[in-house]
Design a protein around this ligand. Sequence first.
Ligand code: PMV
Length: 318
Amino acid sequence: MTLARAHTNIALIKYWGKRDAALILPYTSSISLTLADFYTDTAVTFDPALDADAFTLDGTVRPTTMVTPFLDLVRARAGRHAFARVTSVNHVPTAAGLASSASAYAALALAASRAAGLRLSPRELSQLARRGSGSASRSIFGGLAIWHRGTDDATSFAEPLPAPNLKLAMVVVLVSAAAKTRSSRSLMANTVATSPYYPAWVAHNQAAVEEMLAAIDAADFAAIGHLTEQSAMQMHAAIMAGDPAFTYFEPETLVAWQAVQALREAGVPAYATMDAGPNVKVLTVQDAVPQVLAALEPQFAGRLLTTTPGPAATILED
Ligand code: PMV
């Protein structure tokens, strides 16, 4: 039995849209922050006595379609045939736009490859995790990471970025902890196929990757935050303009977004981002967390989670 832990990540420069759906090659590179407080623990045992894979998530038996195609990649690579027992526990509100697929497939990539006898480098693990879910490629690493879009399986992987001299923090505003209404996978494909804004998104977002690298290098928090908000809003604009039109925004999403704008006008360094769900994540610095919490408390008491940069994926038991 091998037990691995991987932390989730939130993209500052988003990934939205696959150029190759089978290999999960994205149209643009992306940059993320791995978080300390949200993670998935996954145990994998390859057992010749099993006659099928078995998967439980948070104590409930779940369809093996969520793990078997991924385990097949590991089995093929390791030359193994045994089925596996996979037990995952999510320390992330599942499917609420907190990117639990990122920590899930990063933990599965590490635990399954190791249990199958493979010893993959971080880059190889990132490539493997990418095949489960694109954002998982970045959760192999702690802190800030860039996923290079690449042109094929070998060149599309994430790697860590040097930490800027900034004490980053993130406040998650739980607008809703309910399971998301549309999976990112199907909506992403629909945006690529039908949104007239998609080509503009690709051009701008890829340029933003370069600008973000420069901002991180300069430890320029205002530029990092500004680019973070732009990437999120541009992604959501492209989503909304698809056919059929759709949005993850809920009324309270805008309440949170406006509270962040007001904070900034009052001189507090805070910027909003949002993924495939209605929750808002506020990128800030550790010294400003009390002010961010105070501004959001009136509307979101009991629904605010504060976190900081988290570590790379690790083996807990082997
Ligand atoms: O990796 P997926 O298929 O869950 O897609 C993640 C998409 C976003 O979270 C919205 C953006 C990102 O880069 O993580």
